[in-house]
Design a protein around this ligand. Structure first.
Ligand code: CP
Ligand code: NVA
Length: 310
C-alpha cells in the first residue's frame, strides 16, 4: 500500500525510511515515463512552491521551477536578497508568513540549522535544496539514476573521491538506507563529519551495508561500481580555494584512477564541475560518465518528492 507522505518535510535522507525512499524512486520512474510519453499530469494544480535561494543554483532552481509547473502548480523564486530576511526579519516570522500563502517551500542556505528552524515554524512541507551539511534532493535523484542504470542498489559499491562535504554526507545517508556500500576517500583534514558518519553507520548496519572512510583513492576505487566526485571548494568556502587545490591534488578522478574500478563503472558528479580539478575532461565527457542523466533526473525525482509531500 502507498505510504502517505503528505505534509512531510524533506530535510535529510536520514529521516526517511527505506520504504519512503523506495516510494520516491518508484514515483520518479512513473513520472519520468509520463513525461517521456508527453502525458499531462497535474496532481498539484493550484498549488504554489516558494523557492528561497541564499546561494547560486542552475540545476536546482530550474528543475524545481519546471517540475512544479509540469505538475500543474506554480513556482515562485525568492532571492534572499529581496526578502525582508536580509533586513533582519526572523526565520520564524518568515516561515509563519510564507506558510499562509504557499503550499510548499524549497530552501537553499549556508547554515543547515536555518532550514531546520524554517521547517519548525512552517506549517507547510519544507524541502532542503542544499545546505553546507546536506544535499538530499541530489542524492535521491542519484539513487534513482543508479537504479535506472544498474537495476538495483543494494550490494553495489560507490567510491566518493573528494571533500567530506554536503554531497559526501547525503551520499552516506542515502547509500546506508538502501544497502549500498560506500567508501568516502578524502585527504586528511577533509573527512566527513563524525556525527553524520556515526548515524549513517547505524543505518548501514541495519541494511547490511558497509561504510569505509579512507584516504587512498586507488584503494577506494578498487572494484567500484560507481565513482562519484564533487568540487573541492564548495559554495561558501571560496577563501580556502588555494589551500584546497594543494590538499586535493592527488584526489582527481582521471583515466588512471578509473582503471582500478570495474570495467562498467559509472562516473557521477552532482555538477557544477571544475574541469581539470576534481575531474578531467576525458572522464566527464567519456563513455562511463552519466552526469547529464543525473542532472535530468533531478527534474523527475523532485517532481516525485513534490507530488508525494505537497
Ligand atoms: N547539483 C546542484 O545542486 O546544482 P546547482 O547548484 O546548479 O543547483
Ligand atoms: N558541494 C557543492 C555542491 C553543489 C551542488 C557545494 O556545496 O557547492
Amino acid at each position: 500500500m502507498a505510504l502517505d507522505m503528505k505534509g512531510k518535510d524533506l530535510i535529510s535522507i536520514h529521516e526517511l525510511s527505506r520504504e519512503e525512499i523506495e516510494q520516491i524512486l518508484d514515483t520518479s520512474r512513473i513520472l519520468k515515463m509520463k513525461n517521456k510519453l508527453g502525458e499531462i499530469y497535474h496532481p498539484l494544480k493550484g498549488k504554489t512552491l516558494g523557492m528561497i535561494f541564499q546561494k547560486s543554483s542552475t540545476r536546482t532552481r530550474v528543475s524545481f521551477e519546471v517540475g512544479i509547473w509540469q505538475l500543474g502548480g506554480y513556482g515562485l523564486f525568492l532571492s534572499v536578497n529581496d526578502l525582508q530576511l536580509k533586513r533582519g526579519e526572523t526565520i520564524a516570522d518568515t516561515a509563519r508568513n510564507l506558510s499562509r500563502y504557499l503550499d510548499g517551500i524549497m530552501i537553499r542556505t549556508y547554515d543547515h540549522q536555518d532550514v531546520v528552524d524554517f521547517a519548525e515554524y512552517s506549517s507547510i512541507p519544507v524541502i532542503n535544496g542544499l545546505t553546507d551539511l546536506l544535499h538530499p534532493c541530489q542524492v535521491l535523484s542519484d539513487l534513482f539514476t543508479i537504479q535506472e542504470k544498474k537495476q538495483s542498489l543494494a550490494g553495489l559499491k560507490l567510491a566518493y573521491i573528494g571533500d567530506g562535504n554536503n554531497m559526501a554526507h547525503s551520499l552516506m545517508f542515502g547509500a546506508s538506507k538502501v544497502g549500498m556500500n560506500i567508501s568516502i576517500c578524502s585527504p586528511s583534514g577533509f573527512e566527513p563529519d563524525s556525527e553524520i558518519t556515526r548515524l549513517a553507520r547505524l543505518d548501514a548496519s541495519k541494511a547490511g551495508a558497509n561504510i569505509v572512510i579512507e584516504d587512498n583513492p586507488s584503494q577506494a576505487t578498487q572494484m567500484a561500481d560507481i565513482i562519484y566526485t564533487d568540487v573541492w571548494t564548495s559554495m561558501g568556502m571560496e577563501g580556502e580555494e588555494e589551500k584546497r587545490l594543494e590538499s586535493f591534488e592527488k584526489y582527481q578522478v582521471n583515466s588512471t584512477l578509473l582503471e582500478k574500478a570495474k570495467e562498467d563503472v559509472l562516473v557521477m558528479h552532482c555538477l557544477p564541475a571544475h574541469r581539470g580539478e576534481e575531474i578531467t575532461d576525458d572522464v566527464i565527457d567519456g563513455p562511463h560518465s552519466i552526469v547529464f542523466d543525473q542532472a535530468e533526473n533531478r527534474l523527475h525525482a523532485q517532481k516525485a518528492i513534490m507530488a508525494l509531500i505537497m
